[in-house]
Design a protein. Structure first.
Length: 98
């Protein structure tokens, strides 16, 4: 399984906008055939800090996600709302297997 943890820091004025746009991306992403999880986490101590937990069956499925209309729309919509560019760290998911 191919997992990416994406750290995002959002400007305070755009937190609600980011949540709304990310909800749309999440809803479409979990429908992708190669998707296993797409969790959106928000820090209670720093409401502008989010982590996206994205798990796909393979690196190829994760790459396909980045070509979808919903991802491209999300990426272009939220880019200016971030205080710094998002950072994705890739992992190999060991458990659960799937």
């Amino acid at each position: 399984m191919h997992v990416t943890l994406v750290n995002v820091q959002v400007k305070p004025a755009h937190i609600e906008d980011f949540v709304a746009a990310t909800h749309l991306n999440h809803a479409a992403s979990i429908q992708e055939p190669g998707n296993r999880r797409f969790d959106v986490l928000q820090s209670p101590e720093n409401p502008g800090h989010f982590v996206l937990y994205e798990a796909y069956v393979s690196a190829e499925a994760a790459a396909e996600h980045k070509q979808t209309a919903h991802y491209l729309t999300w990426r272009n919509t939220v880019a200016e709302w971030m205080t710094v560019p998002r950072q994705g760290v890739q992992y190999e998911g060991l458990f659960p297997q799937g």
